[in-house]
Design a protein around this ligand. Sequence first.
Ligand code: HEC
Ligand code: HEC
Length: 219
Amino acid sequence: MNRIVTRVVKFAALLSLLGLISLSAHAGTYEGYTLFNQSCFLCHGTDGKGNGPLAKKLDVAPADLTNGNGSAAESTDQRLFGLIQGTVRHGAGTSAMPQWGLAMPGNQIKSLVSYIRFLQRSKHSLPGDPEIGKSIYEDNCAACHGRSGKGDGPLAEVLGLKPKDHTDSGEMNKHPNSQFIQVVSHGTPGKSMMPGWKDVLSQEEIEGVVSYMRLLSNY
Ligand code: HEC
Ligand code: HEC
């Protein structure tokens, strides 16, 4: 580990111990990802296209939630929320789509809406496992990038850093995974304060942390 990285990591660990890193993270899209892969993939598929392992066994096919012409893609957030909650009827109303409002509080349904927007609108898929990335991000990156990814971590202020706002999906969509993996592995050149992590993190961890970053965005 080079010296700056060691120091940053120690400082970040100290700050999180002291509770100085904000706990009010916007974890919406990430939470939606987790819920989707627990409760929805069986019918809608992990990519949301409607071809999960149970799909062929149903009389009414599960909707493709990503299709640009599909009703999910055209629905307002409010309608999408209602469709999931079960307060807005879809199709004939005779399908196997459960009324999730019976099992999930509103904030979980909101996070599902956010993740469905990610499936519809992100130009880049997840290169790795965001669950691996989450704790790495919180331990190693949040000190500068902020818990929520806005670039407002406690170190950013004292060092005068201006990392990009990773919650801005328009900004995130401009950059392919390969570019982020490159920056995280090797850092940015010269005096810029973004350290390289290739001697600290495995390739799998780097791909995981880039995936987690993509789920910090609001879509
Ligand atoms: C047991 C299978 C099943 C599971 C599990 C399931 N769905 Fe569905 N879903 C369906 C079916 C079937 C439809 C199509 C309903 C229709 O056309 O009447 C549907 C429709 C929808 C729609 C409406 C889309 C549209 O275009 O009108 C949304 C949104 C949706 N599901 C989201 C979810 C979410 C989010 C989850 C997980 C929390 C989930 N579904 C879990 C079967 C399922
Ligand atoms: C010491 C502060 C610091 C730490 C710790 C840090 N970064 Fe950065 N990072 C920056 C700065 C500053 C930039 C902007 C660099 C530039 O514009 O030259 C940046 C840029 C980036 C970028 C390129 C997009 C952008 O925002 O400009 C990515 C991706 C990134 N960092 C990911 C990470 C990840 C993942 C971690 C943790 C493994 C991490 N960073 C840890 C300071 C940091």
